[in-house]
Design a protein around this ligand. Structure first.
Ligand SMILES: [Zn+2]
Length: 233
């Protein structure tokens, strides 16, 4: 009997949900989930087909990057996930995909501007874009350095208010307090990228609406005075 069965099962189910979400092509996507008390996280093994994944296949890694349990190699993106878990204390799950519209913005080296209320419902500002990695960073610990440039980009941003980023010329990472929320944020990111892409096609000079409107939408769904949805009993 393998340990960490709760995070194995939730992480496996989230990874298996990626193909039907429309967010991944081939094997370009992975989800991780951490247990902060145990000091470990579960992540998809590298290059394994989503349909074949089982909870026992999930690789358990500690916050120092050591594989604690698992016979398969963890996703090559594991150091990026680990860097984000270390830097952002409130998150429990990280999702990385190459979803196409978000990648289009990343490859165009453009942040996703906040152009409407759908975006503001999920993200309290534009989706930030990282700087380019230096050749030295690429040739040393590439995936860890990818995490570092994300953390660097969030020096003056709150990762709980903007739970996603575009890595320049690469693609999106999203996160949240559970796999369900992290996958939802990754999907919301792709939807707002698609909407922004079309808005900018129709109106290349489109600008953000008034802060009063975007704050109204964000704060209806987040924080202590949120009013969206049903009252919790
Ligand atoms: Zn990638």
């Amino acid at each position: 009997m393998k340990r960490y069965s709760d995070i194995r099962e939730e992480c496996c189910a989230a990874n298996k949900s990626l193909p039907s979400s429309g967010l991944v092509d081939l094997t370009f996507g992975n989800v991780s989930l951490c247990d902060r008390q145990a000091g470990v996280f579960a992540i998809k093994p590298s290059g394994v087909d989503y349909t074949a994944l089982t909870p026992d296949d999930m690789v358990i890694v500690d916050f120092d990057g050591k594989v604690v349990e698992g016979s398969l190699n963890p996703s090559s993106d594991t150091p990026t996930h680990r860097r984000l878990f270390l830097a952002f204390p409130d998150i429990r799950s990280v999702v990385h995909t190459h979803s196409r519209k978000a990648v289009a913005f990343a490859q165009a080296a453009r942040e996703i501007p906040l152009l409407g209320t759908t975006h503001a419902d999920y993200f309290r500002g534009p989706i930030p874009l990282t700087r380019a990695l230096t050749p030295e960073e690429i040739n040393s610990a590439y995936e860890w350095e990818t995490g570092n440039i994300i953390v660097e980009r969030f020096a003056n941003l709150n990762p709980n208010d903007i739970p996603a980023v575009l890595v320049r010329n690469h693609g999106p990472f999203a996160w949240g307090p559970s796999t369900a929320k992290a996958v939802e944020n990754a999907l919301a990111l792709e939807i707002v990228a698609d909407m922004a892409f079309h808005a900018l096609t129709l109106a290349p000079n489109a600008v953000s609406p008034a802060l009063a409107l975007t704050e109204k939408h964000f704060l209806r769904k987040h924080g202590s005075s949120a009013t969206y949805g049903q009252k919790q009993s």
